[in-house]
Design a protein around this ligand. Structure first.
Ligand code: ZN
Length: 413
């Protein structure tokens, strides 16, 4: 086994340069997919990849595949990667550590004189964040066949511009059907990512090896009641949509707590009230609900219980409640053999590791439809993410890159 020669100063300088390509003023990073900043950031990363003598292919939706050719071109490649799009007002490390860290893992093996037998691919996924089209992991979802080309063509952003139109203007051509990949495309996929939670830092562990990725479901709930004048409409006559929504929110919280599992989480992050005036009884409320669990059955039991509560609220309050499922994805179980290889790579690098669950979802959730996957988590300060003060120590990134490089080396020999 060759020791990868990681140059962390280069990675940190590249992360800083990438962070400056933003729609916001530093330290704010905002890079919404297919925005000018996203396209410039892609250009920057591709330049770095070309400089490392790697070949680049882009698919119809902008997923970018950077390849270090192995000596046996018939073998399925080993892949790594992540995303560079960022939600509004985000930080410099989410996703980017997996892209620039993945590139550095390849370069560190090149410097060490390693020659892969299987090709090694770095993938930059389009639109991991749901900001523009309301659905996360757009690129990997399409690669894994979870989002069909037909459904993708129906996606619109808030300005009513279609995905098809936006990706064409961004220069990505070809039929959207061609984005889907076969299940024999990759030998393995490993994503390096910041933890986005506090557990590694709290326990003083260098690195987390992910065994499960939680199954996310998101729903839009519409509650229709009856509006009226806040002074004139008498209490016995009311069908207040917001009061009904309040019952539903508390019912969801209690359903999630009652599973008794620490991995069940449920959130109402959006509550839109119509007409939204202080002197008007709310006639309509739209809630957006996010429920996740490592066990899809347990997650679905929370949703079933919520719908039972909704039926009871309809009866008692005379309102009408409808549910729309935005997505309900199955969880992913990481490949036990890959988990062991990452653990062995960590041990060889003198890096402490522990097994953990990813409660956030990542492109790996959808790559799991195509290939054995696992993820490498590195600590980030106070678990903070999706904020401008998101931060990962250079030493933590260096350890993550070295362990990724060792893992890629083992898998591509
Ligand atoms: Zn991410």
């Amino acid at each position: 086994m060759l020791k990868p020669l990681v140059k962390i100063d280069i990675v940190m300088a590249e992360l800083a340069a990438l962070a400056r390509i933003s729609e916001g003023e530093p330290p704010v990073v905002t890079r919404v997919v297919f925005s000018d900043a996203d396209l410039r950031a892609r250009q920057y990363v591709k330049q770095l990849c070309s400089a490392a003598r790697l070949s680049i292919r882009e698919d119809a939706v902008g997923n970018t595949f950077v390849r270090w050719e192995g000596s046996e071109s018939g073998l399925a490649p080993v892949a790594t990667g992540s995303h560079i799009d960022a939600i509004p007002n985000a930080g410099a490390y989410d996703g980017t550590v997996g892209v620039l860290g993945g590139l550095e893992a390849i370069r560190s093996l090149q410097r060490a004189g390693f020659q892969p037998r299987r090709s090694i691919e770095l993938i930059l996924f389009t639109s991991e964040e749901p900001t523009r089209f309301g659905i996360g992991c757009l690129g990997s979802r399409m690669m894994g066949g979870v989002l069909s080309a037909d459904r993708a063509r129906q996606l619109r952003d808030k300005q009513e511009r279609s995905l098809d139109d936006l990706r064409s203007s961004a220069g990505f051509a070809g039929g959207l059907e061609s984005v889907r990949l076969g299940s024999d495309t990759y030998h393995a996929f490993i994503e390096l990512h910041i933890e986005q939670g506090p557990l590694l830092e709290r326990s003083g562990t260098d690195l987390g090896v992910v065994t499960h990725i939680a199954a996310p479901a998101s729903l839009r709930v519409k509650i229709e009641g009856e509006g009226g004048h806040a002074g004139a409409m008498l209490m016995p006559d009311r069908h207040d949509a917001l009061a009904a929504a309040a019952e539903l929110i508390l019912a969801l919280e209690s359903a999630a707590k009652s599973t008794g599992a620490i991995d069940t989480v449920a959130t109402v992050g959006v509550c839109e009230v119509f007409p939204g005036a202080v002197n008007s009884v709310p006639s309509q409320v739209v809630l957006e609900i996010d429920v996740r669990d490592t066990d899809a059955g347990r997650r679905d039991s929370v949703l079933t219980s919520l719908k039972r509560s909704a039926a009871a609220t309809e009866g008692s309050r005379g309102v009408c409640i409808s549910f729309e499922t935005v997505n309900a994805d199955p969880p992913a179980t990481c490949d036990p053999r890959l988990v062991e290889i990452v653990e062995a790579s960590a041990a060889a690098a003198g890096v402490s590791s522990c097994r953990m669950v990813s409660r956030a979802y990542h492109d790996s959730l959808f790559l799991a439809r195509l290939a054995p996957v696992t993820m490498i988590f590195i600590p980030c300060r106070a678990g903070v993410s999706h904020r401008p003060d998101e931060f990962a120590e250079p030493a933590a990134i260096e350890r993550g890159v070295e362990v990724l490089a060792r893992t890629l080396q083992t898998l591509s020999r």
